[in-house]
Each structure stands twice: as structure tokens, then as C-alpha cells.
Design a protein around this ligand. Structure first.
Ligand code: SUG
Length: 480
């Protein structure tokens, strides 16, 4: 495991434990799989539709992701990696009635069901913020870390993820004394769940010595049972209130410390298909767009009442239009607390840094927000500075820096129980880069997806990956 300085500290008391537990946030980034392509599969995700059919660069995409992991690790943050789903998911094709050899199924799909072929090939598991919702042990009734893999029921290419994602999470967080990986919620309209992309854990980070559980902001697009309630008109609302509540309940969170907030329908209709497109939080800070929530005042009041020293950093629509927020992904950023040792040269904000996509620095209005985060009109001393990351290949499918990572706050002992190969160290990232360069194609178009060679390459690559990460046999093809 990489040497991870103490940082982003919050304290809480795990049930039954005599000592207050110190948590550190680790980010587990989804590794981009070898079939990364642009198929325009996500209705309501503007970037996905805009780039449909383009030539994708899987090798570059995976290397961009690894470069981001390396930079966060070099900032002194705890960085891990989540293995991708294996694609093409021919086991799903067989469930859907296709038969014959792999080559025959691929040929039939290409000829008769090209959209289904693209769905079965999508590398969408890279967006680890949708892998699961995570509750740290300080906040759960049984003192364990709970994971619920998201059912992702809104889109077929994503709805086939939770089985493999669950297996990968179980292999990564294998110690059952500390980690619980639940099954996904039933895949019904009433229970649409997209995971951590719609969840933010806040806590008072001023007094590290004051134990206390976190506050959980769950954001939903629709209250399914409320037929008269607000709903987006243009694009689907992927997350329901019912799903948020079920996750909070089964994880054993204190419901009095949960805030369930509806996303503004305007935001969804502008292309913010997840709350993390317009909002990100860390500690007692929430950085968000004015149009993120249906009832902004109510959300702020609830959070003010629960989070000591709560600091909202609001960006008004007259500074950044909703369309610009969606286009640049200014808010699809990681808001991190740098460890003491890594703060040299930072401006202030107690080492809080916004890790934004390069696109946000290229557009005038959002660049201005980045440049004036500390001391400018949006500032209240909450955010010290920013860094930009180039994850363009993922961005063209609507996935920014925040989409690519799953936040997992862990105690020191829990960190030691994670499968060691899943932690990033300089040597492990070197190994993964070499692995990508060996196996990944430079270019991929939707027409290439029917290739049996691609299928075989992907399997060999992932088989090798499970050895590098020390995961065991997590993939369906390894069990056959
Ligand atoms: O679910 N894009 C993903 C992007 C997910 C971003 N995640 C967060 N915001 N946390 C989605 O819409 C596009 C695939 C394609 O069109 O080929 C896609 O699935």
C-alpha cells in the first residue's frame, strides 16, 4: 500500500468500539476497460449523445485515468483502483436467447442488433461513482463499512454492471468482519439507484477531536410514488427517493442525520443526469450550482442544522449558466483535503483543493470561477486552490474526474484490510501503465465491437489484470 499521510480527518465512534475512529478518505478509481467506445447510449447525457459514433482511444483513455490516479497519489491522498467489468458481456447475450460460439453471437449481434452489441460492450463501469453507495463504519449501526452496488436500471448498458461490480467490490473489500457488500436494490422503476454520484457525506472537519458521525446528503431525481410531484420533462430522472431511503436504511445510518433532497428538474433537463454534475462536497463544504436543487433554501437549512460550521459555496447562474456547468463539468470535480505535508504553495482554504476537468479551465466563465475560488466572489475561504486533470476520453461520454472515482472513507485498520494490490503505489501504477500499453488498442469505433479478436484480447488482458491486482477469479469467463 502507498504511504498515505493522515488527512481529511473526521472522527466518529464505531458501534461497540471504545476508541474514537479516525477516518481517511480513499478514492478508488474505475480503470477504463479495453472496449471504451462512443455509442451514444445514454439519453439525457448530452456528451454521450454528442459524441456517438466517434473514434475512441481506449489506450489513451486508460492512461489518462491512471495519470489522474498518480497525481492524486502524489498529492498524498489515499488512492485505489477498481477493476473494470469484463466486456463484451456475452453471458448476457446468452441470457437474451443468442446461442452458438462467441464468434457466432458477435456476428449475429452486429448484423441484427447493433445497439445491443454496443450495450454489451460499453466500458461504462469506469464511472466508479456509479458503482455503489458507501457508508463508513463510523456511521453505520453495526460499525462495518457498507456498500450497495447501484442497480443502474435506467440504461441497459449500465443495468448489466451490478453483478460483476458486486463481485469486484467483494474481492477488493474482502474482509467480511469489516466490509458488507449488499446485493443491489431490485431493478424496478420505483428503486432506480445510481450510487455515490447522488450522495455526499459531510462532516465538521474543524475539530478532529470531536467524535461524530457524518451527515448524508442523498439527492434524488424523482419521488416515484408521488404522482403529482415534480418530474423532469425532457430527460429521465435516474434516482428515486425510495432508493435513497432503502440504501440509508439497509446501511444502518441514523436517519436523523440524512437529508433527502430532490434534484432540480431544470438541472436534469439541462443534462445533469446525476447530482455530481452540479454539486460536490467535502468536510463541511458544499460547492454547487444555484440550480442544483429543487428547494435550495430547504437543503441549506437542513444541512446548516446538522453540519457544524457548514460552508456552502454557491455559484449563481448569472456567473455560470447551467448549460456551461454541464458542458464543462466544473462541478464534476473532486474536492479533497490535502495532507499537511502537501500544502506547500497552496493559497489557503485549509488545504482544500478542487480537482476539476481541463474543460472547466478552457471556458471563460468557469475558468473565472476556478481562478477566484479563494478570495473571489464565490469564495468564503472554503476552497484553497484548484488543479486540472485531462480525462477527455471519459469526458466525451459524460464522465469527469468525480465520475471516475468511488469515495471510501476508511479507518487505518480497514485500509490495511483492503486487498493490497488494489492500492496505488508508484510501482503498481507503472505496472498498470505497462499492462495498458501491452493490451489496449489505440483506436476503436462502434464497427470494431463485433471483432472476436477484440473480445479475446479483452479477456486475456483482464485475466492478467486480476493477477496484478490480486483479485482472484472475479469475471464470468474465469469461472466457466
Ligand atoms: O451513465 N455515460 C455514463 C456517464 C456516467 C457519469 N457518471 C457520473 N456522473 N457520476 C452514463 O450516462 C455513455 C456511454 C456511451 O454512450 O457509449 C455513458 O454510459
Amino acid at each position: 500500500m502507498g504511504k498515505v499521510p493522515r488527512t481529511g480527518v473526521t472522527r466518529g465512534r464505531s458501534v461497540g468500539a471504545a476508541e474514537a475512529q479516525v477516518l481517511r478518505e480513499a478514492n478508488f478509481d474505475g480503470l477504463v476497460g479495453p472496449t471504451h467506445n462512443y455509442a451514444g447510449l445514454s439519453f439525457g447525457n448530452v456528451a454521450s449523445s454528442r459524441h456517438a459514433g466517434r473514434v475512441a482511444k481506449p489506450r489513451e483513455a486508460a492512461l489518462q485515468g491512471l495519470a489522474k490516479m498518480r497525481r492524486l497519489m502524489e498529492m498524498g491522498l489515499a488512492q485505489g483502483v477498481l477493476a473494470p467489468n469484463a466486456r463484451p458481456a456475452l453471458e448476457v447475450a446468452r441470457v437474451l436467447g443468442f446461442s452458438g460460439s462467441d464468434a457466432q453471437i458477435l456476428a449475429t449481434l452486429a448484423k441484427e442488433e447493433p445497439i445491443l452489441l454496443a450495450q454489451l460492450c460499453s466500458a461504462s463501469s469506469m464511472w466508479a461513482a456509479n458503482a455503489a453507495t458507501v457508508s463508513p463504519s463510523t456511521d453505520t449501526a453495526d460499525g462495518k463499512v457498507h456498500f450497495t452496488p447501484a442497480n443502474l436500471k435506467s440504461m441497459l448498458h449500465r443495468a448489466i454492471e451490478p453483478g460483476q461490480t458486486g463481485a469486484i467490490l467483494r474481492a477488493t473489500f474482502a474482509d467480511e468482519r469489516r466490509f458488507v457488500v449488499h446485493p443491489p436494490l431490485p431493478a424496478a422503476d420505483a428503486l432506480g439507484d445510481e450510487g455515490a454520484a447522488n450522495h455526499t457525506r459531510l462532516f465538521d472537519d474543524r475539530v478532529a477531536s470531536r467524535p461524530g458521525a457524518g451527515v448524508h446528503l442523498f439527492v434524488y431525481g424523482v419521488h416515484h410514488a408521488d404522482r403529482a410531484g415534480a418530474r423532469p420533462r425532457r430527460y429521465p430522472a435516474r434516482q428515486t427517493l425510495e432508493a435513497c431511503k432503502a440504501v440509508a436504511r439497509r446501511h444502518g445510518l441514523d436517519l436523523a442525520r440524512c437529508v433527502f433532497a430532490q434534484q432540480s428538474t431544470k438541472a436534469i433537463d439541462a443534462g445533469a443526469f446525476h447530482n455530481d454534475v452540479v454539486c460536490v462536497g467535502n468536510g463541511r463544504t458544499l460547492f454547487y450550482h444555484e440550480d442544483a436543487f429543487l428547494d435550495e433554501r430547504g437543503v441549506l437549512a437542513a444541512l446548516r442544522g446538522l453540519v457544524g460550521g457548514f460552508r456552502p459555496v454557491r455559484v449563481a447562474r448569472r456567473s455560470v449558466a447551467l448549460s456551461a456547468a454541464v458542458k464543462t463539468y466544473l462541478f464534476n470535480a473532486q474536492l479533497v483535503t490535502l495532507p499537511e505535508a502537501g500544502r506547500k504553495g497552496t493559497v489557503g482554504g485549509e488545504g482544500t483543493r478542487l480537482i476539476a476537468p481541463s474543460e472547466a479551465a478552457e471556458y471563460r466563465a468557469t475558468r473565472r470561477v476556478l481562478e477566484t475560488l479563494f478570495g473571489g466572489p464565490h469564495a468564503n475561504g472554503a476552497i484553497g486552490d484548484h488543479a486540472v486533470m485531462d480525462v477527455r476520453e471519459s469526458m466525451r461520454n459524460g464522465g469527469g474526474p468525480a465520475c471516475l472515482r468511488l469515495r471510501v472513507p476508511l479507518t487505518e485498520a480497514e485500509m490495511r484490510s483492503v486487498t493490497p494490490g488494489c492500492w496505488c503505489t508508484p510501482a503498481q501504477i507503472d505496472r498498470l501503465e505497462a499492462w495498458v500499453k501491452r493490451w489496449y488498442r489505440a483506436k476503436l469505433t462502434p464497427a470494431d465491437l463485433a471483432s472476436v479478436t477484440l473480445h479475446e484480447e479483452a479477456q486475456e488482458a483482464l485475466d492478467a489484470l486480476t493477477k496484478i491486482l490480486g483479485l482472484g477469479r472475479v469475471y464470468p469467463f474465469q469461472q466457466a
